[in-house]
Design a protein around this ligand. Structure first.
Ligand code: ADP
Length: 227
């Protein structure tokens, strides 16, 4: 599903590699936590997957798409396979919860009927039933992040990338967000989560990939054994 083969990324004007000969294989429906100190290369890894950045060398295949042969016109198809959630939620302040999620479908050309059918289902999954008509400013940080997750998964991507989604949240709200990610994973979406929160890593008991200085220094399955 996700395959990185000896992937190196060197940003221009940087002497050191942001990532150096990374090998990573993620199966469909896996839940993988990516950890590592600031500057280790975590965001770079995620940006390579979403095609915001291109590798300097190495091979990337996601959902059967070989990035080397990816044509401009195929990028929307790729982006549909990958939902992304950031630390700063990036919701539209003048749209309600319902409208924020609906917007992701509108721009993709879904009909009003499909939107009315799909949005409530997704809001239910993330635990926001009853908040449809609220504006982002009326929500807690955890609720806001769950809207962002709803928006990221409403088109049913195969992969959900969550880059520090709990970074701005207190422990209770952070865990609510993590539980939503687990639920989405249970429905069959591959989840890639980056976090600095050791408590979340310990509690989740999932595969943990540790990156340091652009290299994978450990890759441990939920049982703690090296992959
Ligand atoms: P992390 O997400 O683990 O904090 P990053 O992937 O953001 O790490 O950064 C890895 C390295 O690449 C760092 O040395 C950072 O300074 C560098 N870097 C990240 N983005 C850019 C960029 N757009 N241009 C130049 N250097 C960058």
């Amino acid at each position: 599903m996700i395959l990185l083969d000896r992937v190196t990324k060197t940003y221009t004007r940087k002497k050191t590699d942001a990532l150096y000969r990374i090998n990573l294989h993620v199966e469909p429906k896996e839940f993988v936590i990516v950890v590592g100190p600031s500057g280790a290369g975590k965001s770079t890894l995620l940006k390579l997957l979403t095609r915001e950045e291109k590798p300097t060398t190495g091979k990337i295949i996601v959902g059967g798409i070989d990035y080397e042969h990816l044509k401009e016109k195929e990028i929307p198809t790729l982006r549909r396979k990958i939902g992304v959630v950031f630390q700063d939620f990036k919701l539209l302040p003048n749209k309600t919860v319902f409208e924020n999620v609906a917007f992701a479908l509108e721009i993709a050309g879904y009909s009003n009927r499909e939107i009315r059918h799909t949005v409530p289902k997704v809001l239910n999954i993330v635990g926001l039933k009853g908040k449809e008509n609220n504006y982002p400013r009326e929500l807690s940080g955890g609720e806001t992040q769950r809207v962002a997750i709803a928006r990221a998964v409403v088109r049913q991507p195969k992969i959900l990338i969550a880059d520090e989604p709990t970074g701005n949240l207190d422990p209770k709200h952070a865990w609510d967000v993590i539980k939503v990610l687990e639920k989405i994973n249970k429905y069959g979406t591959t989840v890639l989560l980056t976090t600095h929160n050791q408590e979340i890593v310990n509690k989740l008991k999932r595969r943990v990939v540790t990156i340091k200085d652009g290299k994978i220094v450990s890759d441990k399955a939920s049982g703690g054994y090296e992959i």
